[in-house]
Design a protein around this ligand. Structure first.
Ligand code: KG4
Ligand code: ZN
Length: 334
């Protein structure tokens, strides 16, 4: 039995979690509101907020888990990819705490952590995926179709050649002046709209790769033309625009993923990353599961966006392999 404290600080969420083996005991997330007024994450402000949040967040995670720091067996941290100033806060904190307690450190890749979040057990009878399974990893910075042969054996079948899916949806929201982050706002407004009101072309990209920059541009030009004849076009059609652009991006993601899953004959599929919170994507993958008889893993909301529990579960599998980090290991941004 091992108790792991995990720390995540790669972008704009400060998070700490405690796991007993693969069982989550606590998961505390402090989101940073300071970026909203700037329409995106401001790196310098993010690292300052991490500095303020990290101690109370770690303290609360330990308290919620009913664990004293003296009982910990290892400390895990997100080493990258992410914003350097943000990562440095979590990495330095983890190193000092591990050094002070005389326990080992475990470094975790943020993207692997998103995928491995499906192995977190929150109850005695939590069901986890079996290998091989395919995962659509969709976040603000990444879009990948992965075939998992083992916890750390992830084969990339396809990925975006330009913008990430989350980036595309956030930019669409920005064009409509909806606020930041745009993904959840578009998701909410889309519920009242008609997804077939407007059509936006998706590009023809070979294999299982994606491209989103063209969709963003065609959305921008479409609105520019409409606004010329009607300056209130966005305001009048907000829900329909949200529903239509959401459908365009999410159905493009699902179409390629479905092709790849059929070709690779997998029976289990999953979605992960911030965009896996999207209701169109969640419904869509469930429907694909029904259609093909696949077992589908959709993360609960607390495991969609950045959280430390996913770092903890990745660390648990590294602990089993005795893969520890050296105190001199620096963070990496990409
Ligand atoms: O994984 P994440 O929290 O951070 C990164 O590692 O990038 O993902 C953040 C992304 C943002 O682009 C955000 O707009 C998107 O996830 N997102 C959503 C939803 N909730 C978050 N996109 C669409 N629908 C949502 N409900
Ligand atoms: Zn993330």
């Amino acid at each position: 039995m091992s108790l792991i404290l995990a720390i995540e600080s790669s972008c704009d969420d400060t998070s700490a979690a405690v796991l007993r083996d693969d069982r989550m005991l606590s998961n505390v997330i402090a989101s940073q509101k300071v970026h909203e007024q700037f329409g995106g994450v401001v790196p310098e402000l993010a690292s300052r907020a991490h500095q303020q949040n990290i101690l109370p967040v770690v303290d609360t995670a330990l308290r919620n888990a009913g664990v004293d720091k003296s009982q910990l067996d290892a400390i895990a941290f997100t080493r990258g990819p992410g914003l350097l100033g943000s990562l440095l806060v979590g990495v330095s904190f983890a190193k000092s705490m591990a050094q002070g307690l005389g326990i080992p450190l475990i470094e975790v890749n943020h993207l692997q952590a998103h995928v491995l979040s499906h192995f977190i057990k929150t109850t005695d009878d939590s069901v986890v995926p079996q290998f091989p399974f395919m995962c659509l990893l969709v976040s603000g910075g990444h879009t990948q179709i992965l075939l998992l042969h083992d916890h750390f054996d992830m084969e990339t079948l396809g990925q975006t050649i330009d913008d990430a899916a989350g980036e595309a949806i956030d930019k669409a929201a920005k064009i409509m002046d909806l606020g930041y982050p745009g993904g959840p706002i578009i998701d909410r407004l889309a519920k009242e709209g008609n997804p077939d009101a407007f059509q936006f072309a998706t590009p023809n990209i070979a294999g299982y790769d994606y491209s989103f920059s063209g969709i963003k541009t065609s959305f921008l030009y479409f609105l520019r033309d409409k606004l010329e004849s009607d300056p209130d076009f966005i305001e009048k059609n907000k829900a329909d625009l949200c529903a239509s652009i959401q459908k365009c991006i999410m159905s493009f993601l699902l179409k390629k993923f479905e092709k790849a899953a059929i070709k690779n004959r997998v029976r289990q599929v999953a979605i992960a990353g911030g965009v896996s919170a999207n209701s169109y994507l969640r419904d869509g993958i469930m429907q694909l599961g029904k259609k093909h008889g696949w077992k589908v893993f959709v993360p609960t909301m607390q495991f969609c966006t950045d959280n430390a529990a996913m770092v903890g579960i990745a660390a648990y599998f590294k602990l089993l392999r005795k893969e520890f980090a050296d105190i001199s290991m620096p963070p990496y941004t990409r």
